[in-house]
Design a protein. Structure first.
Length: 212
């Protein structure tokens, strides 16, 4: 089962084929309103909905069943996207794709991209992608891993999210071998073939594939 989450970031970075994605939808904050506007059913709408006008929220509440909306207080520890991911994780999906989570405020962007470093998401680390028009962000846990090139992307990047030890980029255009963790985005690498092998012993590594 695939679950898609639509958050409330600017629509300009949506992929052109966004609403052709298979699977079930969760709307996070304004993302729920955007799903409603397009007539797409939601398994859940979640958030404090502070980005909606009162009339929009009332319409959304009237449209959804009580068990299809999770309306939380604005004063909370979790972001709306985080709450959506927690709900998605409980459904035990095979894959989670998050859209509308990039662009706009940089604190929101960084908060979203670092969510998979939280141990609470251990079950979905390697199942989750953040996607926009130019980028696909995925995550890998320790071990010997294979990164497959996504069609249309050119650039490859790696970012240790926490205490990553013995990180190696083995057969990309620019190999790398580190013993200790370096809190740096290793950006602008490239594939030489369809796959790149990496390995590391501890932590979580964020993998970015991008196009201009």
């Amino acid at each position: 089962m695939q679950i898609n989450i639509l958050a409330g970031a600017p629509t300009e970075l949506w992929p052109d084929d966004l609403f052709q994605e298979p699977g079930l939808w969760i709307g996070a904050d304004r993302g729920a309103w955007r799903l409603y506007e397009r007539g797409l059913p939601m398994m859940m709408a979640v958030g404090d909905f502070d980005s909606l006008m009162a009339a929009e929220l009332a319409t959304l509440q009237a449209h959804l069943q009580a068990n299809e909306i999770m309306h939380v207080q604005a004063e909370k520890d979790e972001t709306d996207t985080e709450l959506a991911l927690l709900y998605a994780q409980k459904q035990q999906p095979d894959q989670i794709k998050v859209f509308g989570a990039t662009g706009g405020r940089v604190d929101h962007l960084l908060s979203n991209l670092w969510l998979m470093a939280n141990p609470v998401f251990d079950a979905i680390v390697e199942k989750t992608q953040f996607i926009d028009r130019l980028n696909v962000v995925s995550y890998v846990k320790p071990g010997e891993k294979v990164v497959h090139q996504i069609p249309g992307t050119k650039y490859l990047g790696f970012m240790p999210l926490n205490d990553v030890k013995d990180f190696q980029i083995i057969d990309a255009k620019y190999p790398l071998s580190l013993t200790d963790n370096v809190a740096k985005m290793w950006s602008s690498n490239e594939f030489k073939a369809d796959i790149v092998h990496i390995s590391f012993k501890t932590g979580i590594v964020m993998v970015t594939q991008s196009k201009d």
